[in-house]
Write a protein that binds this ligand. Structure first.
Ligand code: GAP
Length: 461
């Protein structure tokens, strides 16, 4: 199939097949929020499970946490989010819509073939001058009549307190990372981990972003899968490169093709950072960040030491050296990864009979359902239910007896179910079923007694 030009087909499939719906849909929606449906939540859980397996279970010295979303406001002072977690925004004076200046420039450059411009390294003054010089227009009304660029903080704030007069401002966390940093001492003490070791977390983050509407690419509420790896300063470069490799290996292991992935170094490093890059994916709207890898030195732990007054010094039991460990951060948006996986899996195949089938080629461990049980006719449903019950204890399985067998295969193809098990009259007489492979559409006859082993082997689970 040709590469997807835009996200329309993915959005429609997601809505039609129960992957992802518009948030609060019956009330006309709520901008930039999305709800995962029965198929989408299986996909998401599988992605999170695969990530945890790679970054915690199979890692040598890595531990998970699940920190609170609401944290002491001093955390955000220490992390720098209160002072400077902002986007450069400008308003169109004509139609009153608000836009990100860097996005306006990037979109303009994409359209006009301007490559390799370090937009993330531009100051507000430089962006303003570029927009004026090139007369970059408002994507909503087409006029070029902008306010000055202003920085808007991206954190959602709320209030905590039992009386109206005594309420503290608190924030919904804009990243999960701080939950890992503030638990550095707790994790080290309770696991008796020696540096180097890692702390992982999967959880919700919130950012009051203006987004150009690329489905779940950039939303105001999203899930992050983050991992901090604490090490000695001298090993920073080695582990930074190791985590780049891990990021690549994980992305390809869940099904992203290497030709759709590339690394991009950051043009501008934060003052404390030694190195930073993004792993980018070729989305239908172009190359974009999938995840980040960052050598953050000992900045984060040092800042928490300063703001909390708690020592973050680690005593090396062999060398007796005392130091604040450095951190290599790996961070990926679960929802953004899901968007990449949906784009990668989507295929339209022309069949011999002239029809086109839509098929999602998910890797088996990521696929929402592993197997579907389909009785050829309704009067075979008793036997089919028996087989289904047996499979359900081993795999995420689904059952469908509505419509022609062809239609049922199409439905399973569209949600990416790797195997369909058809119950026919031989199932009653010979205790066999027909197993159809999603990708090749080839069929095998398998004994019911051997079905679980057959599927386990085929799925590689
Ligand atoms: N702790 C580091 C951090 O949060 P980031 O580059 O701001 O770094 C990390 O975010 C990852 O989280 C991104 O690479 C992206 O995959 C995802 N992400 C960030 N903002 C997002 C948003 N508004 N919607 C969906 N995913 C987002």
């Amino acid at each position: 199939m040709e590469k997807l030009e835009n996200l329309d087909k993915i959005v429609n499939l997601c809505k039609g097949r129960g992957f992802i719906f518009q948030g609060s849909e019956i009330y006309g929606g709520m901008g930039n929020t999305w709800d995962y449906g029965p198929i989408g939540i299986e996909l998401k859980n599988n992605v999170k499970r695969a990530w945890w397996k790679k970054f915690v279970q199979e890692a040598d010295n890595s531990f998970g946490v699940d920190a609170a979303i609401l944290m002491n406001s001093r955390v955000w002072d220490a992390s720098g989010h209160t002072a400077s977690f902002s986007d450069p925004k400008m308003d169109c004076k004509n139609c009153k819509t608000r836009h990100r200046a860097d996005n306006l420039i990037e979109d303009y450059n994409k359209k006009h073939g301007v490559e390799n411009m370090a937009v993330d390294a531009m100051s507000n003054e430089e962006m303003q001058a570029y927009i004026t010089e090139h007369q970059i227009k408002c994507p909503n009304c087409g006029k070029c009549d902008w306010t000055e660029i202003k920085n808007f903080n991206l954190m959602f704030s709320t209030k905590r307190g039992v009386t109206d007069s005594n309420q503290d401002v608190i924030y919904l966390r804009p990243e999960t990372a701080q939950g890992e940093f503030v638990n550095f001492l707790n994790v080290q003490r309770t696991t008796r981990a020696k540096v180097p070791f890692g702390i992982a977390q999967i959880g919700k983050a919130f950012r009051n972003e203006i987004t150009p509407g690329n489905f779940i690419f950039r939303t105001i509420e999203f899930e992050q899968m983050e991992h901090q790896f604490f090490c000695h300063e001298k090993d920073g470069e080695k582990y930074y490169n190791e985590y780049k490799q891990k990021a690549w290996d994980f992305a390809t292991s869940v099904g992203l093709k290497p030709e759709h992935l590339r690394f991009k170094d950051h043009d501008k490093l934060a003052f404390y950072a030694k190195a930073a890059c993004d792993l980018q994916y070729l989305f239908p709207m172009g190359w974009n960040e999938l995840n980040g890898i960052h050598n953050r030195t000992n900045h984060d732990l040092s800042r928490h030491q300063e703001f909390s007054g708690k020592s973050m010094l680690y005593l090396d039991p062999i060398t007796n050296e005392r130091y604040v460990p450095n951190d290599i951060e790996y961070s990926i948006g679960c929802d953004r990864l899901i968007l990449a996986l949906l784009c990668e899996a989507y295929d339209e195949e022309l069949l011999e009979n002239g029809e086109t089938r839509i098929v999602m080629h998910f890797a088996p461990h990521i696929a929402p359902y592993k197997v579907a049980v389909l009785p050829l006719q309704k009067n075979l449903s008793e036997k089919a239910r028996e087989v289904f019950k047996k499979l359900q204890t081993k795999f995420m399985a689904t059952y469908d007896e509505a419509g022609s067998i062809g239609k049922r295969y199409r439905r399973q193809d569209e949600i990416g179910t790797p195997y369909c098990v058809t119950i026919d009259f031989d199932s009653l007489e010979k205790d066999t079923v027909t197993v159809r492979d999603r990708d090749t559409m080839k069929q095998d006859i398998v004994k019911i007694d051997e079905l679980v082993d057959y599927l386990q082997q085929k799925l590689g689970l």
